[in-house]
Ligand binder design. Sequence first.
Ligand code: NAD
Ligand code: MG
Length: 397
Amino acid sequence: MSAIQSITVLGATGSIGVSTLDVIARHAERYKVFALTADRRWQVLATQCLIHQPQYAVLKDPASARELELELRRQGCTTEVLQGDEALAQVAADKQVDVVMAAIVGAAGLLPTLAAVKAGKKVLLANKEALVMAGGLFTRAVAQHGAVLLPIDSEHNAIFQCLPNHRADYLADGLKSSGVRKILLTASGGPFRNTPISDLAQVTPEQACAHPNWSMGQKISVDSATMLNKGLELIEACWLFNTLPQQVQVVIHPQSVIHSMVEYIDGSVLAQLGNPDMRTPIAHALAWPERIESGVASLDLIATARLDFTTPDYARFPCLRLAQQAAEVSGTAPAILNAANEVAVAAFLQRRIRFDQIAVVIDQVLSRLSSTEPHDLAHVQAADVEARSLAQQLIAS
Ligand code: NAD
Ligand code: MG
């Protein structure tokens, strides 16, 4: 093993951030924390700074940054506190950083993640929304700046592990050229897999956030309940593995033990299995191509006993169909889909719209705005802003 690697964790206080710090803490001989960032939860960030002693802590919110500064000085911690969007990009791109965990939720993660890519870092991508919004620009920047992009999303990490080692081949010529027939993207089906469809109008944010198998942030939990998350993951898979939506089949697998599969043209199907604990993909990507302990217990196949598979029901999960359509249209359609969804999910969490209206908002925004071919970041950001504003108007009316 070479020198200790310096890591920036973007979104350190979130579900993925906390799991990442748990894995890092198990391997002090391999990793040290360079910077930790969050939106505004300064108390959690203060505790993390006292444990990991990073060089920098960044908060997006200025008032929270002042509180953090006071608290760290009071505790005698030397971590320097920065604030704002530029500082997020700065700690993602700093010369001293080897690895960036991109775990900010939503479109807010795009710029700092892209800053890490443009600085040629090893980027561990949890922030799927960044790739959904700007996949073409993002993957071109990865190639141009020699960054290494590794998937943290459990399904994509599983697919990555099941694909051939010669990544350069499929990244250049597509998955078909590597003998892959299709990707089987598994989905738990979320908390409402068996709820009568007529009851979905009444579900509460608390019910939507109570995922049966995974403990995650609120936004991705709601996305899992609508299955828009699987749609975002379909788009994510197309960019990560250079394939088309038609080559990706979504399969409901309620136990979340198989994290996804790859089928080859000779009929072989490779799967990656494990307990539903994000420390496995995090440890895999951190150490890749080596392997390290993650703290995850052995999978007990006898206790698991059975693995079930079904096809998704589009009447129950209209968001999945909307995302598949946006994937096929491509251009700015995925960015529009993502923006409308972020606004709709926030409104649902604030009890301003019903659960079943999330799909209605996305559908209306997608049908009123036309997709164009994004030539630069400003173009993607303009599509994002326009879709957000239309979604807000629809919700307000
Ligand atoms: P979370 O809500 O628990 O945490 C989000 C983090 O982002 C927090 O640290 C928060 O402070 C920070 N943040 C939020 N808004 C910000 C802003 N405007 N500017 C700067 N920082 C901001 O979310 P999570 O569940 O950890 O998910 C993070 C990302 O990882 C999402 O894109 C999600 O889709 C993806 N992901 C999560 C899981 C999981 O198991 N949690 C699995 C796969 C993929
Ligand atoms: Mg996932």
